[in-house]
Design a protein around this ligand. Structure first.
Ligand SMILES: NC(=O)c1ccc[n+]([C@@H]2O[C@H](COP(=O)([O-])OP(=O)(O)OC[C@H]3O[C@@H](n4cnc5c(N)ncnc54)[C@H](O)[C@@H]3O)[C@@H](O)[C@H]2O)c1
Length: 321
């Protein structure tokens, strides 16, 4: 049981030692938010280039979020795994998305950590069941699916695989909640977890509507952003169904279900775009058309919006009593 500190009327977790594998896009964000919550973080990355750019990327996150000025001093980068993982009570793995590599990393982690250290993978698609398949202590292996960028998007899907213990889920949720995240417990290790399945159900219908000539891609974005998307940050689909009533939701299903797209393969429309080199913002055209300026404007708008939200949710660092 992790000790807690009583600070200003709120219980905060005692600072922990945390290991992070990979200093890339996800790893540096995970390190940032845990260090900002008062923990000491050791990051292992074999790439000198990624390690060299780490301080500037962390500083940029801290400046964007007005984070704890001292947090950079709590993060150290290493070219070897052992010193980065020393005394770690949690390890978050954010290495490239390749099963043999992740299995190798977890095998090394088993040697370097005590059996109570929680080993979490940030994989977007590979089940942690497979990543931890060869370990002796599989009850401490878990999936933690952070969303990009991890220091700006509050959700973390905490995925319990068939071997993960309830205690591992509890401790992981506690750590993430304390760091200002919104962890949710996903009880089955299924492809896409919950968030990506919901996102892709929407994309499947959106692409089908455009492919059928019902409206253009710009209109889809207008409908979502100015319609149900405008309220989604405060009203989830289940709340909304209960707000209007399950009876009305059923009436709508009676009319719509037979008409919704039910494809089971990736859509031809999307395959044709990719085959034609229309890859989106980076090629100037995808589902919509882009100039470098309009693409930058979208990125900037997103970053500012997420930063404003994140400032209010990030952890206030624990202080020593
Ligand atoms: N990018 C996203 O939007 C996103 C979202 C959720 C989850 N993920 C998952 O997070 C993980 C990392 O993705 P990313 O986008 O941060 O990738 P990235 O390419 O930005 O970073 C990967 C890092 O791992 C390092 N690395 C390479 N070999 C390594 C090894 N043997 N041991 C330790 N580190 C090694 C690289 O040097 C690099 O710094 C992947 O599993 C990915 O699927 C990514």
């Amino acid at each position: 049981m992790v000790q807690e500190l009583q600070i200003g009327g709120t219980n905060r977790m005692q600072p922990q030692k945390i290991g992070v594998i990979g200093a890339g896009l996800m790893g540096h964000g995970i390190a940032y938010l845990l260090a900002n919550a008062g923990h000491t973080v050791g990051i292992y990355d074999p790439s000198a280039e990624w390690r060299a750019s780490l301080p500037a990327r962390l500083k940029s996150a801290r400046d964007l979020l007005d984070g704890d000025p001292a947090l950079l001093g709590r993060i150290s980068a290493h070219d070897q795994m052992a010193p980065a993982m020393k005394d770690a009570s949690f390890v978050f793995e954010a290495a490239p998305e390749k099963l043999p590599l992740k299995q190798q990393i977890f095998a090394e982690l088993e040697e370097l950590t005590v059996p109570t250290t929680i080993l979490a993978s940030n994989s977007s698609a590979i089940p942690s069941t497979e990543i931890g398949a060869k370990l002796k202590h599989r009850e401490r292996v878990i999936g933690t699916h952070f969303w990009n960028p991890p220091h700006l998007v509050p959700l973390v899907e905490v995925i319990q695989n068939e071997k993960t213990s309830g205690e591992t889920v509890r401790r992981t949720m506690e750590l993430l909640r304390d760091a200002g995240r919104k962890p949710v417990h996903v009880k089955k290790d299924i492809p896409g977890f919950v968030g990506n399945r919901l996102q892709h159900a929407l994309k499947r219908e959106a692409i089908a509507l455009v492919a059928a000539g019902v409206c253009d891609a710009d209109t889809i974005d207008e409908v979502v952003k100015n319609g149900f998307g405008a309220r989604m940050a405060v009203l989830g689909p289940m709340e909304q169904s209960d707000l209007v009533g399950t009876d009305l939701t059923l009436d709508i299903q009676n009319v719509l279900m037979a008409d919704l797209d039910r494809g089971t393969e990736p859509t031809k429309f999307l395959k044709d775009l990719v085959a034609d080199g229309k890859l989106g913002m980076r090629t100037g055209e995808g589902l919509r058309k882009w100039t470098p300026q309009s693409a930058d404007a979208v990125r900037d708008r997103l970053r500012r919006f997420l930063a404003e939200q994140a400032k209010s949710t990030q952890a206030k660092p624990a202080q020593k009593p």
